[in-house]
Design a protein around this ligand. Structure first.
Ligand code: N1C
Length: 275
């Protein structure tokens, strides 16, 4: 062996350092991945973030207070035991000015309605107000003994009636209908056999809260496709009329989807004068 060359002992130490270094780096990567996964999986933080961001798009609300009023309804509670009244504080924290003559209700036509209202600024749905916007399309629930918000494994419509999502929509729909004023529009689906259902939120809550001291008329827009299954002569609409406060005028128009599209594309159109 020549002088100055690393001996076998030195070589093995160097190898050990390298192995230790690689192992250390691997452990670090795993730790970082676990932390990132935990943060991303933190339902409460994610859900709250979406909620607050949506709330902030509306002026004049204390979004921290709005969030607290919302989460107290279901956090720490059995997710099958959240009545609609649990959201009373949330409704109290989100007062809104009703847009008389421009309020839009719907049943089984969510996509068509929002396609329509997104293009023309004429109508305001519940999801256009802070009341509905913060939770639109979301799922959430709590658990007894926990202060977290969960977004998976929450009870659905079939599991139990008093679940946090259903009770929320019941409560905010009631608040929206309580404020309905002037000439009100509702879009129903002419592609199903019973466009009006007494079990829907529209039929079981909103319609029953329409009040003739504030409202003048209810204008049903029956959205029809090429081969409509139902139109304004549909029997279910007789039930609707019977349930409507007597002082409110009832009208119904069959409007094709193509016609609706034309209405929303036509910027000259004055609001509501399209059908
Ligand atoms: O049960 P629905 O319709 O008749 O409820 C619609 C009715 C509308 O007029 C809205 O004002 O009630 C209000 N509303 C919402 O704004 C809303 N956004 C999202 C009711 N439900 C809403 N969602 C979800 O759609 C919610 O999860 C609920 O269960 C469905 C109701 O849809 P539907 O049966 O077509």
């Amino acid at each position: 062996m020549e002088q100055g060359e690393p001996g076998p002992r030195k070589k093995s130490w160097r190898r050990r350092y390298i192995v230790l270094g690689v192992l250390g780096a691997l452990v670090l990567i795993v730790v970082i991945a676990v932390v990132v996964a935990l943060v991303l999986r933190n339902d409460t933080l994610q859900f709250k973030g979406i909620f607050i961001d949506r709330c902030k798009k509306f002026n004049g609300y204390d979004c921290k207070k709005v969030w607290e009023a919302f989460e107290q309804a279901y956090v720490g509670r059995d997710p099958c035991d959240v009545p609609m009244e649990a959201y009373d504080p949330f409704v109290a924290a989100t007062p809104f000015e009703p847009a008389c003559n421009r309020m839009m209700f719907w049943s089984k036509t969510k996509d068509v309605v929002h396609e329509f209202t997104a293009k023309s600024d004429c109508f305001v749905t519940l999801e256009d107000t802070v009341l509905g916007a913060v939770a639109d399309g979301l799922i959430w629930c709590g658990k007894e003994g926990s202060s977290e918000t969960f977004t998976t494994d929450c009870p659905g419509w079939r599991d139990c009636v008093n679940n946090p999502v259903r009770s929320f929509w019941n409560r905010v729909s009631a608040a929206f209908a309580d404020a309905a004023c002037g000439n009100v529009t509702a879009m129903l689906n002419g592609s199903i056999e019973t466009p009006f259902s007494s079990q829907s939120i529209f039929g079981s809550i909103e319609l029953l809260r329409f009040n003739s001291t504030r409202m003048e008329s209810l204008n049903i827009v029956m959205v029809t496709q090429k081969n409509p299954v139902a139109n304004c002569t549909n029997e279910s609409l007789n039930i609707l009329q019977r349930k409507l406060d007597k002082g409110i005028q009832y009208y119904c128009n069959d409007v094709s989807e193509a016609q609706l599209e034309e209405c929303s594309n036509n910027s000259q159109t004055t609001c509501g004068a399209c059908w």
